[in-house]
Write a protein that binds this ligand. Structure first.
Ligand SMILES: CC(C)(COP(=O)(O)OP(=O)(O)OC[C@H]1O[C@@H](n2cnc3c(N)ncnc32)[C@H](O)[C@@H]1OP(=O)(O)O)[C@@H](O)C(=O)NCCC(=O)NCCS
Length: 191
């Protein structure tokens, strides 16, 4: 069969689909980012982060089932209780966003975050929230996220409340969602 005939029936590898992952382990993360000490570049904050409850990923390869393929992208999600000013509510916390170094710049973060946010829209919260290093703010803005300029307080082990040193970004999950004014406080560790 001519090589280009298969493109009619098989999705091209350049646009793989993001799927919900039944689990996401340290080994899965290492498959994407390697097993370095600080794959997200946040160790200097000294913060302790929560694991995520739901996981989305993109597999890439030439195998015919999920098992043969390599995991190349991930985004995690969990519900978080927060106060925004005097409003107590919940947000969808996004974290563990990762794309393998050799396939960055191809839209995989956009795609895997899109799958995570599609799911977040079914969870109830009106907004999603994430923390990132300052150099990533323009990338997330490009994906429709907005940086917050208010103080953000998060819990740390030993019931300590600390000011989040990373940038906080939010994105609406519904058309009519407006972010309330005021400082933000997570009633948990950050994700
Ligand atoms: C951050 C990371 C996930 C990005 O993955 P990626 O697959 O390269 O991102 P994408 O290709 O989907 O790019 C997303 C969008 O941001 C844009 N973008 C990338 N760098 C940008 C920049 N410096 N300024 C503005 N926009 C930028 C891209 O053009 C793309 O927009 P487009 O789809 O409209 O072209 C990846 O670099 C990574 O895994 N880094 C290490 C782990 C990490 O730091 N994770 C973040 C935790 S918060």
């Amino acid at each position: 069969m001519p090589a280009n005939d298969s493109s009619a029936t098989n999705p091209p590898l350049a646009t793989p689909t993001a799927v919900r992952l039944p689990h996401y382990t340290k080994a899965d993360q290492a498959e994407i980012l390697g097993d370095g000490d600080d794959p997200f570049g946040v160790a200097e904050t000294g913060l302790t982060f929560l694991p995520k409850d739901e996981h989305f990923g993109i597999r890439h390869g030439h195998g015919h089932g999920d098992q043969g393929d390599r995991l190349v992208a991930h985004a995690g999600l969990l519900r978080l209780r927060v106060a925004i000013g005097d409003v107590e509510t919940e947000v969808a916390g996004v974290g563990g966003v990762a794309v393998a170094p050799d396939v960055r710049g191809q839209g995989l973060a956009r795609r895997v975050l899109g799958a995570a946010l599609d799911h977040a829209r079914t969870m109830g919260p009106r907004h999603a929230l994430l923390f990132c290093r300052p150099p990533l703010v323009p990338l997330y803005q490009r994906l429709g996220w907005h940086p917050l300029d208010t103080d953000v307080w998060v819990e740390q082990p030993g019931s300590r409340l600390v000011a989040m040193p990373l940038r906080t970004m939010v994105t609406p999950l519904r058309d009519d969602a407006a972010w309330p004014p005021g400082p933000v406080r997570l009633f948990s560790l950050p994700m």
